[in-house]
Ligand binder design. Structure first.
Ligand SMILES: [Zn+2]
Length: 286
């Protein structure tokens, strides 16, 4: 870079300032994970959906039930969208989930809805990859930093017309499930939870990276539905994301979604979270 400005005399002092956590979570209402796990013990499977490789499907999970995303057949990552099944405008807020919990999420952490509702929509109750932690490259699994692979970025970078990116897969799945035409469904597709995907940012250039997912058949990520959910999951054309996405070259496998309903009374005392308590007057008076 030719126009790099010269550092000021106190540059090192400025860089040495310790960071402050933006959102300390001590006051974040804690998920009653023990209650959820006890309820899960009595739950029985009521539904399953197999997500074909390089495609997506929708599934519904009423509040108070569980859903599990499993790797089957081979290592595969999935791009997950979640909506309030009664109002698709209320959807997963990847950015705020990242700000609250960090770049990758695991057991006990939550997926939050967008503004103005900002409430928990799903809580992770079991993660068989919870052992992975953060590797030597700064990579970890289940990220909320990526967006979803999409044909527009592919076109921007290489002029392609590829139709099986997660964005398109999710669009087709939502259109098929709701009966909306695809161009009406598309704006509801949003930034995902990258299930099983192993990602991070390079320390030297700050670039988003992916690497082969540590997921193996039998691994799963399980959620408790805090509100009535419509989900859509895409089995990414990147497969395990060890080399590339947005093409048909990577080995791809299906993903399995299963829904479990706990026994009557197993969630004694639990209530689906209300929408956020901010009064929405924005300084203009009540
Ligand atoms: Zn993808």
């Amino acid at each position: 870079m030719t126009d790099m400005p010269l550092p000021p005399a106190d540059a090192d002092d400025r860089r040495a300032i310790k960071p402050v956590i933006c959102y300390p979570n001590e006051t974040l209402p804690e998920a009653p994970v023990a209650l959820y796990q006890a309820a899960r013990e009595t739950a029985r499977k009521i539904d399953e959906v197999l997500i074909p490789a390089r495609d997506a499907r929708c599934f519904e999970v009423p509040a108070g039930q569980f859903f599990r995303i499993s790797s089957v057949e081979g290592p595969q990552v999935g791009d997950l969208n979640l909506w309030n099944s009664k109002d698709l405008r209320e959807r997963f807020f990847s950015g705020k989930t990242r700000a609250l919990h960090g770049t990758h999420i695991t057991s006990g952490e939550r997926m939050w809805t967008c503004l103005p509702t900002l409430r928990p929509m799903a809580t992770i109750v079991h993660d068989t990859l919870g052992w992975y932690g953060i590797d030597g490259y700064g990579g970890s699994v289940h990220d909320v930093i990526g967006t979803r692979c999409d044909p527009y970025t592919g076109n921007l970078l290489s002029g392609d017309q590829y139709h099986y990116c997660c964005h398109s897969n999710l669009t087709r799945a939502l259109a098929a499930h709701t009966g909306m035409p695809p161009h009406e469904a598309e704006p509801y597709v949003h930034d995902v939870l990258n299930v099983f995907m192993c990602t991070g940012f390079t320390r030297d250039t700050g670039q988003y990276f992916m690497k082969a997912s540590p997921v193996r058949p039998g691994d799963y990520l399980e959620f408790f539905a805090e509100i009535d959910l419509l989900g859509a999951l895409s089995a990414c054309p990147g497969g395990d994301c060890s080399s590339e996405h947005s093409s048909d070259t990577a080995a791809c496998y299906p993903l399995l979604v299963e829904v479990f309903a706990p026994e009557e009374g197993a969630l004694e005392g639990w209530r689906s979270p209300s929408i956020n308590g901010y009064d929405r007057s924005h300084g203009l008076g009540g």
